[in-house]
Design a protein around this ligand. Structure first.
Ligand code: 5GP
Length: 207
């Protein structure tokens, strides 16, 4: 069976990544989402095991020691990490696994899995980002200021991604993401097994 690919989705906090990912999962059974482990506190409405596995710093550091993460990073004072077992199992089952992670994690994934597809989702303007963060109403002004400041820093890394997708209209954005992934699958780096065997078979005709 063909292996699935890793799809990294990053974007500023408040870019609407979560909603985009939810729609993709509803639309296609080829995709599944890796649930991360974090040391941050749950927001109202967040569900253990669905949004995150919420753990203590001790438990997180223990998991690092056990090599239990594909990648992990610190973001605005908390740890976030991608559990290894789920990702490896689903990829082997042929599923495309979505990682909704920040930029340091994304760069680490690119190093370990060069065939992964890295997407950066952004709102159309900086002001729209501020508005979306405020409308969410789940964070204090201090936290929002921290996230906006972090967005400025993260913007410096956009060039490292494979694709940038603007989230203005949600349905359009979801279509763009799915089409982009389908095209990315045909790039040489992601069809290496096929092209290598084709080259091998062509050898017999070579004079
Ligand atoms: P939030 O606290 O808003 O849920 O997430 C903060 C940031 O951490 C977001 O950019 C989110 O994508 C990122 N994040 C969530 N899980 C992981 C993870 O497992 N690894 C990394 N590197 N970043 C993550």
């Amino acid at each position: 069976m063909e292996k699935g690919i890793l799809v990294v989705i990053s974007g500023f906090s408040g870019a609407g990544k979560g909603t985009v990912v939810k729609k993709i999962l509803e639309k296609s059974s080829d995709y599944c989402l890796s649930v991360s482990m974090t040391t941050r506190n749950p927001r109202p409405g967040e569900v253990e095991g669905k949004d995150y596995f919420f753990v203590t710093r001790e438990k997180f550091e223990q998991t690092i020691k056990e090599n239990g993460f594909v990648e992990y990073a610190e973001f605005v004072g908390n740890y976030y990490g991608t559990p290894r077992a789920y990702v490896e199992q689903k990829i082997n089952e042929g599923k495309n696994v979505i990682l909704e992670i920040e930029i340091q994690g994304a760069m680490n994934i690119k190093k370990i899995y060069p065939e992964s597809v890295l997407l950066f989702i952004t709102p159309p303007t900086a002001e729209e980002l501020e508005r979306r963060l405020k409308d969410r109403g789940t964070e204090t002004d201090d936290v929002i200021a921290g996230r906006l400041s972090r967005a400025y820093e993260e913007a410096a890394g956009i060039d490292e991604y494979d694709f940038v997708i603007v989230n203005d209209d949600l349905d359009r954005c979801v279509e763009d993401v799915l089409e982009t992934i389908e095209s990315a699958k045909r790039e040489p780096v992601r069809v290496k097994a096929f092209t290598e065997s084709l080259k091998e078979d062509l050898k017999k005709y070579h004079k």
